[in-house]
Design a protein around this ligand. Structure first.
Ligand code: APR
Length: 312
């Protein structure tokens, strides 16, 4: 039997996640959105690409959750995107309500699913989804690090004029301006980045990576990035559905790792059929630890606001 993935939110990110899942023939897809007609129309349109692209998967759109029953994975992309000048944090309360409602419904119909959160502010939305679903921490995962490392790897490959496939990297921390690209562990086909790129260029790339989302928002004006975010999400979906056990940077709920308790933070994890099958705890330099602490502090601030406003 084919696997089944629900994608909540039929907007830019959601529709592209659905399209990529179909293109890679990973699973049947149910797209859910509150706007009548949009998930149905986009679903049918993606379905009709099948004969041309050569995929045999079923795609349906819906405004309810009945059809999502027994999904293996639920990807939540529903929410407002960032507008220019708006920080991810401004989105907090508006998107909290959306993610709360979506998680409640999705968890009701697919109690054994793995949840992948995409809606921003990411780390806070993961926290909300875990609270609302009550799912164990291996089944609630946030997409951020795969996107952040993809941006970082792109800039490095561009600068060095090498294949993006040769650039290996890890980013820790929250999905925001305080993320921690681990320069020390970045390599180009095993060659440490620090040996082949001057420090000032590395610093510029780290800075551009930290602001990678905002750079695109500034161009688009009416929305935020969706091609790379959907690609990153589907790499996670694939690793889970095929039990590939890829080691990827994802937002995971920490219970003591990195001295963090009860918060979602980007860390290296192993993604397989059970969801997060392992969290890798790296020994960090004092400087890296300080940057991570700052990033965790930014995540905690949002959770404090959520806890106050929702008495969760
Ligand atoms: N249930 C289902 N869908 C909803 C709900 C809800 N309660 N509320 C809003 N939506 C839908 C909207 O109707 C819209 O189709 O979510 C979709 C969001 O799509 P876009 O506005 O195109 O936003 P997108 O670019 O896809 O970004 C979605 O992902 O990367 C993050 O920061 C981004 O939080 C944002 C999210």
């Amino acid at each position: 039997m084919r696997k089944k993935v629900t994608v909540v939110g039929a907007g830019n990110v959601g529709a592209n996640v659905a399209l990529r899942i179909a293109d890679q023939e990973l699973a049947d897809v149910v797209i859910v959105d509150i706007v009548e007609g949009i998930p149905q129309g986009k679903g049918l349109d993606i379905l009709q690409s099948g004969p041309v692209q050569g995929y045999d998967v079923n795609i349906v759109g819906s405004n309810g959750y009945e059809e999502t029953a027994n999904s293996d994975i639920v990807v939540i992309t529903a929410g407002f995107p960032r507008k220019p000048g708006m920080s991810r944090d401004d989105l907090l309360m508006a998107n909290y309500e959306i993610v709360r409602a979506a998680t409640e419904q999705a968890a009701k119909y697919s109690p054994n699913a793995i949840l992948i959160l995409v809606t921003n502010p990411l780390d806070a939305m993961c926290w909300a989804a875990q609270k609302v679903s009550g799912f164990s921490r291996n089944r609630v995962i946030g997409m951020a690090g795969v996107l952040d490392t993809a941006r970082y790897r792109t800039f490095i490959a561009q600068e060095l004029q090498v294949s993006v496939e040769n650039v290996n990297a890890m980013v820790l921390g929250g999905h925001g301006d305080t993320m921690v690209p681990l320069v020390r562990l970045t390599s180009v086909s095993g060659i440490p980045l620090t040996e082949i790129m001057p420090q000032d260029r590395i610093n510029a790339i780290v800075d551009r990576t930290r602001n990678g989302g905002a750079e695109i928002v500034k161009y688009l004006k009416t929305g935020s990035a969706y091609y790379a975010p959907s690609a990153a999400t589907v790499e996670m979906v694939e690793s889970i559905l095929k039990d590939k056990k890829k080691v990827l940077p994802c937002a995971a709920m920490l219970e003591g790792e990195y001295d963090v308790n009860g918060l979602f933070v980007g860390v290296p994890v192993k993604l397989g059929s059970m969801g997060i099958e392992k969290i890798y705890e790296l020994s960090l330099t004092a400087e890296e630890q300080a940057m991570l602490d700052k990033s965790v502090g930014a995540v905690k601030e949002l959770i404090d606001v959520l806890q106050q406003k929702t008495s969760a």
